[in-house]
Design a protein around this ligand. Structure first.
Ligand SMILES: C[S@@+](CC[C@H](N)C(=O)[O-])C[C@H]1O[C@@H](n2cnc3c(N)ncnc32)[C@H](O)[C@@H]1O
Ligand code: SF4
Length: 434
């Protein structure tokens, strides 16, 4: 584990206590009174597997995907009925339908993967199961592979109630698709299909910091995205996960910083809104992000749930996921009970992902002023030019965004990489210390 992340964690949580995950888990999730709650559903199937990709996924077959979705719907019902263990779950089958008033308001519902658009003909059913228990106020998002961008699939998604789509372009330059082991994207065809079926948010994913990639190439990718009908883009730095087998070399730190600054300035000069550290949109209210929520419930393999004082992660194994739900138990693999400082650190880290932290919201969430808990750190961040402050809102500067990116890279490799690597090997580990 990197020394930087350990020292930062020790300092910010005022403790030498590591993050301790155990296999003991809650059968009933305490989310009823939480505000700003998001929902996430994972569909772990792809038509082909990319060697650079760390996410939980396996090869798609219609049979396996359909069986998985049958159990996914059961998991949603179990969580909503508070019936995540054995006999209680049997009762959930007879649980009365919640009336309109009893349903919990949630901000958004995102389907991620894998490639959830492969299950487009079943999304309506999943959304109906969600709607029985929740009221989604800010729309429904789904991830697509470029191959899924056909008039039929887009129409099917729209019919199911989807309002936001995100397409994994990665690059419009054929040479980088070759590096990534993917095939070239036909921009003209994409533009044609996207022109026929409209969505409130159309986001394109790109990967930057690939070997030899230049600012001019990225500029042309960004221009092409908006030209093809996107109104939102996500430009992710390439991350070399320890268990990925792509062998793609990592770009040097200075080169990466220059690229990140240049792309950011280019997008800001063109009047795009920076909606999070990696995303830019044409307009204030265009958003595609499942990460910047105070709390969220996750359903499906590898999905995570963040509550007031705990975080849990579901098993990565599709077969074991199904078996657990058959047995009437939740598919939770690991859970951490946060100390207050750990929860604060987690809150600040993910809120900063949106490039700003509002001290009033922090106080509303924790019942204690941000300045009282992290006043010194806030002053330090201002002193070093990482943030500016106005009216209690801390906004990340260009310099701050780079260092956040740099730290996030460490965090990803020190925590997420280690956790996912463990979860890929063992369906239900006994525990994990990070
Ligand atoms: C679930 S995929 C998107 C949908 C679809 N499966 C696809 O690949 O087109 C999520 C996104 O994560 C990003 N991604 C995957 N592996 C990455 C890596 N090693 N480094 C940075 N970004 C990565 C890609 O931009 C990808 O589009
Ligand atoms: S990048 Fe997308 S298509 Fe490729 S393996 Fe990952 S989730 Fe599947």
């Amino acid at each position: 584990m990197s020394l930087i992340t350990t020292l930062t964690r020790n300092y910010l949580t005022r403790s030498f206590k590591p993050f301790i995950f155990t296999n003991a888990y809650d059968a009933v999730l305490d989310y009823e009174n939480l505000q700003n709650l998001g929902l996430y559903i994972h569909i772990p199937f792809c038509k082909s597997i990319c060697s650079f990709c760390p996410y939980c996924k396996e090869l798609y077959t219609p049979e396996k995907c359909n069986t998985y979705i049958d159990y996914l719907i059961k998991e949603i019902q179990m969580v909503a009925d508070g019936a995540g263990q054995g006999a209680q779950a049997e009762n959930s089958a007879q649980a009365p339908q919640k009336g309109e008033d009893a349903r919990k308001e949630v901000t958004s519902l995102y389907f991620g993967g894998g490639t959830p658009a492969l299950a487009h003909n079943r999304l309506g059913e999943i959304i109906a199961a969600v709607n029985e228990h929740f009221i989604v106020t800010e729309g429904i998002g789904v991830e697509l592979h470029p191959d899924n961008v056909t008039p039929e699939i887009l129409a099917s998604l729209k019919k199911a109630g989807v309002t936001k789509i995100s397409i994994g372009i990665q690059s419009f330059q054929e040479k980088y698709q070759t590096v990534l082991g993917r095939k070239a994207v036909d921009a003209a065809q994409l533009k044609d299909v996207l022109g026929r079926v409209q969505f409130e948010t159309v986001s394109f994913d790109f990967i930057f910091a690939l070997p030899g990639q230049t600012y001019d190439e990225l500029k042309s990718d960004i221009d092409m995205a908006f030209e093809c009908g996107a109104n939102h883009i996500a430009i992710y730095p390439f991350i070399d996960f320890s268990f990925a087998t792509s062998g793609i070399p990592v770009m040097k730190k200075n080169e990466k910083r220059r690229l990140l600054d240049d792309i950011t300035n280019y997008c800001l000069d063109r009047g795009f809104v920076r909606s999070s550290i990696w995303t830019f949109s044409k307009g204030e209210n265009i958003r595609y992000s499942s990460m910047t929520r105070d709390n969220f419930l996750g359903f499906g393999c590898s999905a995570t749930t963040l509550l007031k004082d705990s975080f849990k992660i579901n098993t990565f194994s599709v077969d074991e996921y199904i078996k657990r739900i058959q047995a009437g138990s939740l598919p939770t693999a690991l859970t951490i009970r946060f100390t207050l400082r750990q929860r604060m650190m987690y809150y600040l880290f993910w809120t900063a992902y949106s490039t700003q932290v509002d001290s009033a919201q922090f106080e509303q969430f924790f019942g204690v002023p941000l300045k009282k808990k992290y006043g010194f750190e806030a002053r330090l961040a201002k002193f070093f030019g990482f943030v500016t402050e106005a009216g209690g809102i801390y906004k990340m500067t260009l310099k701050g965004a780079f260092f956040y990116h740099y730290y996030e890279n460490y965090y990803t490799l020190s925590y997420i990489d280690k956790m996912w690597n463990c979860m890929r090997k063992t369906a239900f580990p006994k525990g994990l210390k990070l």
